[in-house]
Design a protein. Sequence first.
Length: 194
Amino acid sequence: TYTVELLGNVSPYLYTPGNHQNWSPATSVKLYSTDFMNYKGYLSLDGEFKFTSAPDWDHTNYGGGGEGTLSTDGGAGNLSVSKGFYYVEANVTTLTWKATEITTYGIIGGFNDWSASLPMTFDAATSTYTVEAELPAGTEFKFRANDDWAINLGGTLGNLVPGGDNIKVAEAGIYIITLDLSNAANFKATMTKK
């Protein structure tokens, strides 16, 4: 047997209007979800913001409900962080959220004995990170934030996922590696051999 539960109008996106972009849901960066509960993405934030379930203010809006919690009350205050670049997670079922400031992103792997991240250069306008690295054939690597394993990306260059598999280098060379975090539905990277 099985049951079917109507969830209503659900979206794979949460919108993020705030100080960082003049409070316009329609033009805000979106968080993404594959289960319509847990949303994630990278945002350049500047103080106060909210989450909205649609690209307008006419649907469910999520404000602050206390430390790490969300409220759907129309009078709820704004969420707030210091100015910076963040990995943001929100759960609209448990009404919780978390923002982890990203101070660095880098690559780590067999090319440096997995000892420390090789730092990448950040471009805030495009939410991308770039680094030049010499990589031997067959070596494996991953991307990670803040020189720590709490936030790391792996898998394939065209579809990076949190905690994904190591990325294997097919051919030795010096590469320009660019990590693109601008689209929460598809984190990706490119490797261009010099």
